[in-house]
Design a protein around this ligand. Sequence first.
Ligand code: NAD
Length: 477
Amino acid sequence: MSAPVSPEDTALTYDDLLAAVTDPSGREVLDPATGELVGRVRERTAADLDDAVAAVRAAQPAWAARSDADRVALLHVAADAIEAAAEPLAELLSREQGKPLNGTGARFEVGGCAAWLRATAATPLPGGETVGDPDTPAVLNYRPVGVVGAIGPWNWPMMITIWQIAPALRMGNTVVVKPSEHTPLSVLALLHVLDGVLPADVVRAVAGGREVGAGMAGHPDVDKVMFTGSTATGQAIIRSSADTVKRLTLELGGNDAGIVLPDVDPQAIAEGLFWGAFINTGQTCAALKRLYVHTDVYDAVCSALTEVARAMPMGRGLDEENVLGPLQNRAQYEIVAGLVESARESGARILLGGDPDPQAPGNFYPTTLVADVDDANPLVAQEQFGPALPIIRYTDVEEAIAAANRLDVGLGASVWSSDRDAAREVAGRLEAGTVWINSHGMVHPFIPFGGHKRSGYGLEFGVEGLKAVAVPQIING
Ligand code: NAD
């Protein structure tokens, strides 16, 4: 087994890391804050995917044959390696994704990768339940699925890769990873670091576009796909995977509602509301994307939120003072700008922002708060996935619950109140996989996470997350 890794052992520099993952003849990857070249990625083909799948398939029996203690130890060694390379990893993530180094940005994400590996290593294994005659019981165990395909998005590229591969490895699977075409270098760099400490071919990356993803979803030698991304792509994956009856975990898009009850202290909740909505500059699956506020506290909540939002610096991620960054790509910038325009044209009131400078470099869209917006407006009804929050007024909580539940997605939701019992009662009526009380979007490695309705199916994290990358087997008798 590999020895623990310390920072002195690796001393990996940013230039070393970039050189390991960039290909001089590859496609340009540009910094969304400046338009400068970050590096070049070699796009892989279906034949490369076949090679990677064959390699991880060949490595899987030996990986599964190791003891659980051995795999746990290696997950900790992988976490050590990430911690030793944390600063260059964070710099590359910040340049490629755009997120600031600080706040809940690139350093937080890299630290989260190491923490998640350790927590996955500490999660109790599922299985061993018995039913029936004590002498000849039926025993439920969990076997590895085999080869897991991991397809990821561009918003939290490293963290989501770890969410996919850590439980898969713990349960004795090997993994092929397809990163988003928008953030391939970050994921290749992360896996380069893991490659240095894990046995050969337990994880392989295949950078490429939707053809590689679709190829993975239809591949006869991939036994399970873990997918995080949009609902439309999730639907395509269901279709591509039908012929092989592939197991799927689908973490899809959301449009999370927050309901503020009339008994809140607006000043006390303003910062929580802000980060619930604007974490990663709004580019987060389970971010607060539409806020329903009771009319009694509407004006006070709007002004407290505006005060907090106005003070949050946005700019290039590598500048240490910033806590908000650019949109990762121009297409997402255009979506956000179009949705804010639709609200403005409908007569909604822009409390803050809404005035990007289209000539300025980078995909910066200012922090935007929109009040007195109609619930049917596209800024409310569609997922903006960016730094623009609509705030809708309501007078009766039944009206807010109905509005929260009326969309066909249900990833997260939140209820804000100084009466926890009242909040829990409302929470229980919301059609969402997770409902937070007086916060929004916090995930925990031991607490299962997954969507309702078209936000997907299957659970990640905790014991349920381990079960999701395993096949239950009953031995009866
Ligand atoms: P996306 O669906 O455009 O792309 C995600 C990945 O799917 C990329 O790697 C892409 O190359 C690949 N892909 C594209 N077409 C494919 C196909 N036909 N078959 C297989 N793979 C294919 O998503 P995105 O724009 O990168 O991410 C943003 C979306 O992801 C938002 O809707 C957000 O809410 C959602 N998201 C959900 C979660 C969650 O946990 N539920 C987490 C993060 C992001």
